[in-house]
Each structure stands twice: as structure tokens, then as C-alpha cells.
Design a protein around this ligand. Structure first.
Ligand code: GAL
Length: 404
């Protein structure tokens, strides 16, 4: 009887013990095989995407004209290379399950469009979704991942943005890894842009899965505040603030595409938007109508010194190093030892903001040269720090270089 009770107890207790001690992740036999990065996007991708301006109102003419304007405006020369067709290019799958573009909007087909984009020295990007449908209710790639990746490669695609609508109970890591592998198997170098909105914290697991991952909901063309699922640029900035350790060459946090030139913010606010995205080592994907760009918009988007901060080869994402109410200092180290610094005034009145050298990891007594990147002007050598007056919703962006 005693033996039977002991056996019964063991039967009950052993499974509980097993449950309480699941296999350890650091047990070599349970570890995932090492996964190399795909070697692409060693600096944040730069380009243009249809969505922010045109949403679903796209066709091959819109894309061709954007490619033309990217070159003629000097944007391509400034580094913008990817022309990305976002949602709504899709028609239906054919009898073999191969995805076809909408025949009315893209009568020449996507191979021809890709050839046109390549003939201008640019790169071709496209959009799909890990679920049954895209957010615009076009066919998604679920169950067709390898087939779609091969199709994109045949069209000459260089960049895939992969969305997360209609994914039900899919596991994000598994779904994105599946498409990442399918892209690699396609035999073409395709930058993988994950658009999962940060829900499953991709910064923790996607370093060798994707080249960039959205870390927030959608941007809208405004300074601050939430509108349903969309966020103003200050809200996005706050969500990015703690993610700096996870970005680096080949794997970037993506605070969403640029709204510069779309009309919802002032020129000062657009300059702040662009400066902050550069400090965050964000992908610089313009989202305005390139064919009717104002000189002011063009000047913002093509500021070579600000772009150089974004594209710095060290790939260190900037972070907030000081904050006093609505006045903030953001900084990032650059490959040559300089620091890029933004003095940000979130308030409604002009204000003086100071960056202290000690906030940059420099000794207070270090003499350092300051250059203002929007004035394109050297501001002399200072010790201890640098102070500037900053317009409401504005930035002053400088580089600081030790002068010894
Ligand atoms: C959203 C995505 C946007 C855009 C849109 C298209 O999920 O965040 O950037 O791609 O879908 O429907």
C-alpha cells in the first residue's frame, strides 16, 4: 500500500517537476543553429516609398515619374536609391499561384518597371504581408513565401517591405524568419524590411532575420499626439529612445518613413523630423510627391551633412542624453570620434539649450570644435559645452570634434 502511494505520488510529482524545469535555453542541444546576417544595409537604407503620399492610388506612371524625379532632383545623388512600391500593387494569383500585379494599374508588368528603375541607377522595392491579406486587403504571402520570393527575384526586386496584417495567431519570429530564408534562397540580394510595428519586440530577435524593423505604429504628418493607430513624430521619438542598443550595421530600428514635404508640419518641424531620424540612424525613406517638391523640402531632404550623420559607418543609434522639461539633448558617437548632437525644443517658446561635454562622454575641459549642420557653419571652439537658442518645435544640430 505504502509503495503504491509512493508510486502514485511520483506519477503526480514528476510531471510537475518537469514542467517547473523546462529545457534550458543554454543547453547546447537546445540552441538554434547560428544564423548569419545577409550582409545587406550596412548603413540605413535610403529611398522613396509610395505610401505616405499616394496610399493605394498608385500605378506604373506614378512610380516611373517618382524614379525620374528622384534622379533629376538630386535626391539619388544625395543617397536615395530604393524606389519602393507599398501596398495595393497587387492583382490576383494566376493558375500556378504566382502573384500578378493589378493589370489595369501596372499594364507593363513589374519586370518592366523594375528594369526601368534599374536603368536609372536605382533599386527596386516591393511590399507584401506575412498574413492572408495585406492591410489594403490584397493577397498576402502566407503559404506562398518561397514562391513569392522567387517571383520578386525574377522581377529584379532589391528590397521587400513585409507587413503584419491578417496574421491571426502566427508567431512573428517564425513568420519573418520563413520569409527571410525564402529571400535568401531566391539567389538575389534583397533587403528585408520588417513591418511588424514593434508588437513582438523584433529588436530582441531580428538582428539576423531582417535588415530593418518597424518599432512603432504608423507615422502621421504631425508633431505630436496619437490618432488611432498612428503617431506624431514626438510620440515616435519617445518610443525609440530606449532602443538604441539594438541598432547597428545591417539591422536598424525603423521609426517609419519620412513625412517631410507632405504639408502637415512647418518647415521648422520638418527639419526637426529629418534631423532626429538621422540621429536615430533611421532608414531615410522619403514619402512626399517628388515631382512637385518645394525648394525648402528638397533642401531638407538633401542636406549632405545631416545625411552623413545618418549614414555614419559606426551605425550607433543616438539617444537622449539630457532632458529638462521640454528641452532635450540627443547625441550619437560617430566613427571618427566626433559626436553628432541635437538640441531639441519641444516647447512653444524659443529657448536656450546647452549640451555639456560630459553628457557626450568628453572631459569638461576638452576644447572641441562645433559645426552647425543646418547653418553649414563652424561655430568656433568651446570648452565645457555649447549653448544655442532653439526655435519652438525646432532643433539645432551640430557635430562636436575634439580640437586637440
Ligand atoms: C501598414 C504599414 C504602413 C503601410 C500600410 C499599407 O501596416 O505600417 O507603412 O505599409 O500598412 O497598407
Amino acid at each position: 500500500m505504502r509503495r503504491m502511494l509512493l508510486a502514485l505520488a511520483a506519477l503526480l510529482v514528476v510531471p510537475l517537476l518537469i514542467l517547473a524545469h523546462p529545457a534550458r535555453a543554454d543547453d547546447p542541444k537546445d540552441m538554434e543553429p547560428p544564423r548569419p546576417a545577409n550582409g545587406l544595409a550596412l548603413t540605413p537604407p535610403m529611398g522613396w516609398n509610395t505610401w505616405n503620399k499616394f496610399a493605394c492610388e498608385i500605378n506604373e506612371d506614378v512610380i516611373r515619374k517618382a524614379a525620374d524625379a528622384l534622379v533629376s532632383s538630386g535626391m539619388a545623388g544625395a543617397g536615395y536609391k530604393y524606389v519602393v512600391i507599398d501596398d495595393c500593387w497587387h492583382g490576383a494569383r494566376d493558375a500556378h499561384g504566382d502573384m500578378q500585379p493589378d493589370p489595369v494599374r501596372f499594364p507593363s508588368g513589374l519586370k518592366a518597371l523594375g528594369d526601368y528603375i534599374h536603368s536609372k541607377g536605382l533599386k527596386f522595392g516591393i511590399y507584401s504581408d506575412a498574413g492572408k491579406m495585406t492591410c489594403g486587403k490584397r493577397p498576402g504571402s502566407l503559404g506562398h513565401e518561397y514562391q513569392d520570393a522567387a517571383q520578386y527575384a525574377a522581377w529584379g526586386v532589391d528590397y521587400l517591405k513585409y507587413d503584419w496584417c491578417y496574421t491571426g495567431t502566427l508567431d512573428a519570429k517564425a513568420a519573418y524568419t520563413l520569409m527571410s530564408d525564402a529571400l535568401r534562397a531566391s539567389g538575389r540580394d534583397i533587403v528585408f524590411s520588417m513591418c511588424e510595428w514593434g508588437t513582438a519586440k523584433p529588436w530582441l530577435w531580428a538582428q539576423t532575420v531582417g535588415n530593418l524593423w518597424r518599432s512603432t505604429g504608423d507615422i502621421y504628418d504631425g508633431w505630436q499626439g496619437k490618432k488611432d493607430y498612428s503617431l506624431g513624430i514626438m510620440d515616435i521619438l519617445d518610443l525609440e529612445a530606449d532602443l538604441y542598443p539594438y541598432a547597428g550595421p545591417g539591422h536598424w530600428n525603423d521609426p517609419d518613413m519620412l513625412e517631410v514635404g507632405n504639408g502637415g508640419m512647418t518647415e521648422t518641424e520638418y527639419r526637426s523630423h529629418f534631423s532626429l531620424w538621422a540621429l536615430l540612424a533611421a532608414p531615410l525613406i522619403a514619402g512626399n510627391d517628388l515631382t512637385s517638391m518645394s525648394p525648402a523640402t528638397r533642401a531638407i531632404l538633401t542636406n549632405a551633412e545631416v545625411i552623413a550623420v545618418d549614414q555614419d559607418p559606426l551605425g550607433a543609434q543616438g539617444r537622449r542624453v539630457a532632458k529638462q522639461g521640454e528641452l532635450e539633448v540627443w547625441a550619437r558617437p560617430l566613427a571618427n570620434g566626433d559626436r553628432a548632437v541635437i538640441l531639441l525644443n519641444r516647447g512653444a517658446a524659443p529657448a536656450k539649450i546647452t549640451v555639456n561635454w560630459t553628457d557626450l562622454g568628453y572631459p569638461a575641459k576638452l576644447p572641441a570644435k562645433v559645426r552647425d549642420l543646418w547653418l553649414a557653419k563652424d561655430q568656433g571652439t568651446s570648452k565645457g559645452g555649447y549653448t544655442a537658442e532653439v526655435a519652438p518645435h525646432g532643433v539645432v544640430m551640430v557635430t562636436v570634434r575634439p580640437a586637440v
